[in-house]
Ligand binder design. Structure first.
Ligand SMILES: *Cc1c(COP(=O)(O)O)cnc(C)c1O
Length: 397
């Protein structure tokens, strides 16, 4: 990752089709299109690749998770369980939907720990927002069972794990809604964009209408169709979809290269007793956009980050101290800093997410380093990098 490292003639050709016709919108303008429906084509390709009956493209991954929450009926008075290690979009979506985020503990899969989920479920819990972080799967099969047992909606955020799977099932296919992002730094990119996959036509129609002002898209003419619900505009453009189509065709090649690099890193570092690797519920389904590993304690991990960075091993993230990905630095969410009052501000009780106690997650994240795996590295370069890392990390043991 990321997909922008591999732009080429394929993207250029797809884009040129759109520019030749001048139809930038995904709906309507039938006579001008010369058969080009890039967003529809992208959606069909996503259905095929993700083994999903329905896929609907939207303008971003954030739009995808927010729309999925709204379409799952999440709103005022509800709680949504979310991992404390995610991207800020999870929190934004839940809070702007008018619901209260409640953190569940994560484990060494870097996803929600199924054995710690029940303790944060309350009568107000409406949904679980499960996030597959850093390229690999959370224990989504077990989490789905718990959701079914408690009557909770499961929404999967697959923004960071496009193409990943668990025991052969593509990520995004377990929940009622599976959400994807094609933003500029994701595994495949359309510059901006996202998608939602669903199991039923009813959910697909709901998402399709909600993300285009409530249009039902059933009438022949955009001015004639009906508006069964209110909506907003989260449409993807034909230009974005054109880039997405070309990138999706390259996805499996990207994953193969990333996995080969991951294997080199793992094999080289395996002899170090004080280094352990992220737990993968299904190694074959890891997309390997990141190589995540653990040291023994927070001090050793910080020393490792400094050592790697100073030693010229770039792209190593210490998420524990990162304000985009870990709850500890999210003061603006804790203090509900929004330009307008949101329903939560009516609550007089301190919200459960404002002062969470998450010792297990803190322990996991304080020992974790994730290194970005770049598509542009050759396997020889990856091997050199692995040797360099081994020398630096050995000195800490
Ligand atoms: C990138 C990302 C998003 C948001 O996607 P955008 O397309 O940037 O809006 C949501 N969730 C996770 C986990 C992400 O990494």
């Amino acid at each position: 990752m990321p997909g922008f490292e591999k732009f080429g003639d394929e993207e250029r050709r797809e884009l040129q089709d759109v520019l030749d016709n001048g139809v930038l919108m995904r709906y309507g303008f039938d006579p001008m299109r010369n058969g080009h429906w890039k967003v529809q084509e992208f959606e069909a390709a996503l259905c095929e690749r993700l083994d999903a009956p329905y896929a609907h493209c939207v303008s971003s991954g954030t739009a995808a998770v927010w729309s999925a929450l709204v379409c799952a009926g999440v709103g005022d008075g509800h709680e949504v369980i979310v991992p404390p290690f995610t991207f800020v979009a999870s929190m934004e979506a839940i809070l702007f939907a008018g619901a209260v985020p409640v953190f569940g503990e994560i484990d060494e899969t870097l996803g929600l720990d199924p054995s710690r989920l029940a303790e944060v479920i309350t009568p107000k819990t409406k949904a679980v927002m499960l996030v597959h972080m850093c390229g690999a799967m959370a224990q989504v099969d077990q989490i789905k069972e718990i959701c079914d047992h408690h009557g909770l909606e499961l929404i999967e955020d697959v923004a960071q794990a496009m193409g990943g799977s668990l025991n052969g099932t593509p990520l995004g296919r377990f929940g009622r809604f599976g959400c994807f992002s094609f933003d500029p730094v994701k595994t495949i990119t359309s510059a901006e964009g996202g998608a939602i996959i669903t199991h039923t036509e009813a959910d697909y129609r709901l998402v399709d209408a909600f993300t285009d002002h409530g249009h039902d898209h059933l009438g022949a003419d955009r001015g004639q169709d009906r508006h069964p619900i209110m909506g907003l505009n989260f449409r993807l453009s034909e230009l974005h979809a054109a880039v997405g189509i070309a990138q999706l065709r390259k996805l499996d090649g990207f994953l193969e290269h990333q996995r080969a690099i991951r294997d080199i890193l793992e094999t080289t570092l395996a002899p170090l007793d004080h280094v352990s690797f992220r737990k993968l519920p299904d190694r074959a389904g890891d997309t390997a956009t990141f190589f995540s590993f653990f040291l023994q304690d927070a001090d050793m991990t910080q020393a490792a980050v400094t050592g790697l960075t100073d030693g010229g091993v770039d792209g190593c993230f210490y998420w524990y101290a990162n304000n985009w990905h870990y709850y500890k630095s999210w003061d603006h969410f804790r203090d509900l800093k929004t330009p307008h009052p949101i329903p939560l501000q009516r609550l007089d009780q301190p919200m459960r997410y404002q002062n969470p106690s998450l010792p297990q997650s803190d322990d996991v994240m304080s020992r974790c380093i994730s290194m970005l795996i770049k598509l542009s590295w050759s396997l020889e370069e990856a091997q050199e990098r692995a040797e360099k890392m081994k020398v630096i990390l050995s000195s800490l043991g």
